[in-house]
Design a protein around this ligand. Structure first.
Ligand code: 5GP
Ligand code: ZN
Length: 114
């Protein structure tokens, strides 16, 4: 999608501090980190919200989760614990309408989330 921030980051036309790239997904540092480690994991495919995924995306979503868990291990936050979050629509705080996981770690998380 031409007018999408995360499509532009995936295409390399807007810079980001990349931590992982493959054929299906891209991961990079969040510009406004909410924890010592805060990575964003996106599919290269433009999907606006969690409500827009269908069964054809099962492998892609699985690959996003696998990427996140591998990054958590690489960043040494896996054993202590981390949070993997996807906000859906403005009521949950979604501001960029291209699905993404937030991988957050490096501090104690609280519950319930705000
Ligand atoms: P959402 O609020 O949609 O769940 O998450 C969007 C995330 O994208 C936010 O945590 C925000 O800080 C991050 N973000 C917004 N614009 C940019 C940007 O230009 N570059 C990077 N790296 N992250 C961004
Ligand atoms: Zn997009």
């Amino acid at each position: 999608m031409t007018d999408c921030l995360f499509c532009k980051i995936a295409a390399g036309t807007i810079p980001a501090k990349m931590i992982h790239q493959d054929d299906l997904v891209v991961a990079f540092d969040d510009i406004n980190p909410q924890a010592p480690q805060h990575k964003i994991i996106i599919p290269r495919k433009h999907i606006a919200t969690l409500n827009d995924i269908d069964s054809h995306d099962n492998m892609l979503i699985g690959h996003m989760v696998q990427t996140a868990t591998q990054l958590a291990k690489m960043l040494n936050i896996a054993d202590h614990g981390y949070r993997l979050v996807m906000n859906c629509n403005p009521g949950a705080g979604q501001t960029v309408f291209h699905i993404h996981f937030h991988l957050l770690g490096g501090r104690q998380m609280t519950w319930p989330p705000g």
